[in-house]
Design a protein around this ligand. Structure first.
Ligand code: DX5
Ligand code: ZN
Length: 235
């Protein structure tokens, strides 16, 4: 099947970020990425407080859920996420991630997400060190490493993020966890290869997928670039 990783090439998932899609044609744009082999649909939720932008809430997630065939990966860039997690899961989120910088009781929040039946992720801003996750690592279903400061699509990849992925992998391994690492921000065909070689397996991309008017081909091209890296890093 096209889009399925070859054995031995590593398991890489492509998660188009609809923040860069045409909001008046979300169904069309999501379908195009799914034809191109998207594995997840990444939904960026922003509240104008935790980040300087406002995007979408549960009603839009519910609408997307009706048309998407792939799981919805909801990235909460909001203060007090505990107040809204249930609404997002009810609306159709399969994965919910929260910023460690936004929650005082991360263990409680992660277990709330799990109790509601979704996969739970913790997100690190570029300035938040990987060691912050030491005492929660074994509870996480995935870690999301931000490779830009969250808030907008189309920002430049922060090069230190490659090392950050390796540091997060080391923290997870030390805790006995093989949870996947997702990366978000400035991912394109060039940076994808570098972060996959470092150990990221879920690649979020906005501009690289929706920026050139052909999200189907762009999704395919991003996977090809990522799998090339996965193959050569194991050669
Ligand atoms: C940024 C968001 C990202 C963003 C990625 O705050 O979390 O998901 O849409 O967009 P690109 O790939 O264009 O950097
Ligand atoms: Zn995101």
């Amino acid at each position: 099947m096209s889009g399925t990783p070859r054995p031995g090439s590593g398991h890489v998932q492509i998660a188009p970020s609809i923040l860069a899609a045409d909001f008046a044609a979300l169904g069309r744009d999501i379908a195009a990425t799914e034809r191109g082999g998207a594995d997840l649909i990444h939904v960026d939720v922003m509240d104008g407080h935790f980040v300087p932008n406002i995007t979408i809430g549960p009603p839009v997630v519910r609408a997307i859920k009706k048309v998407a065939t792939k799981p919805l990966d909801v990235h909460l860039m909001i203060e007090e996420p505990d107040r809204y997690i249930e609404a997002f899961v009810e609306a159709g989120a399969s994965m919910v991630s929260v910023h460690v910088e936004a929650v005082p009781h991360l263990h409680r929040t992660i277990h709330l997400i799990k109790k509601l039946g979704a996969r739970a992720g913790a997100v690190l801003n570029p300035s938040t060190p990987a060691v912050t996750l030491e005492d929660i690592a074994r509870d996480l279903d995935y870690v999301l490493v931000m490779s830009v400061n969250p808030g907008f699509s189309g920002q430049a990849f922060i090069p230190h993020s490659v090392d950050k992925v390796q540091h997060v992998r080391a923290v997870l391994t030390a805790a006995g966890s093989s949870a996947p690492i997702e990366i978000d921000g400035g991912i394109d065909e060039t940076t994808a290869a570098r972060v996959v070689a470092a150990g990221a397996t879920i690649l979020v991309a906005g501009q690289a997928i929706f920026g050139n008017g052909d999200p189907e081909s762009a999704t395919r091209a991003l996977r090809a670039a990522a799998l090339g890296a996965a193959t050569s890093s194991r050669a």
